[in-house]
Design a protein around this ligand. Structure first.
Ligand SMILES: [Zn+2]
Length: 133
């Protein structure tokens, strides 16, 4: 397993709800970015930094200054939290559905002795070679 995949797997195992919420934020980030910055000019392989700064406004008050990409992150976090709050009646179920979605998005090896998380594009398990569904 690649190092970061192992890290995601551990996070999912140890902090399942936090991880599911982080996944929801990530999904919302993608959607909001596509909605509000369809002409961002972002190209494959490019990685833009998210920056958060504080400066004084014209009244001398500290003011948060963020790049558009960072503002989208704030909005994604807010949207994810609102979704959780509004689905308060069955929040656990909702997060479990998100986790299920994650498992669909990634292919989990059906071999009971393996269970490795593979990329959705993988045909065979990267750990044991079992054919993935
Ligand atoms: Zn496997």
């Amino acid at each position: 397993m690649v190092e970061h995949e192992l890290l995601w797997k551990r996070m999912q195992d140890i902090y399942p709800f936090g991880y599911a919420l982080a996944r929801l934020i990530s999904i919302k980030y993608t959607q909001i970015y596509k909605d509000v910055l369809p002409d961002s000019g972002l190209v494959e392989g490019e990685a833009r930094s998210l920056s958060f700064n504080v400066g004084l406004d014209d009244k001398g008050d500290p003011r948060l200054a963020v790049s558009p990409s960072s503002m989208i992150l704030f909005t994604a976090i807010a949207e994810a939290m609102l979704e959780i709050v509004f689905s308060k009646l069955a929040p656990e179920k909702n997060l479990k559905e998100i986790e299920k979605g994650f498992i669909h998005e990634n292919k989990v090896c059906p071999n009971p002795n393996c269970g490795a998380v593979n990329k959705v594009t993988d045909e065979n398990c990267r750990e044991c070679g079992t054919l993935l569904k």
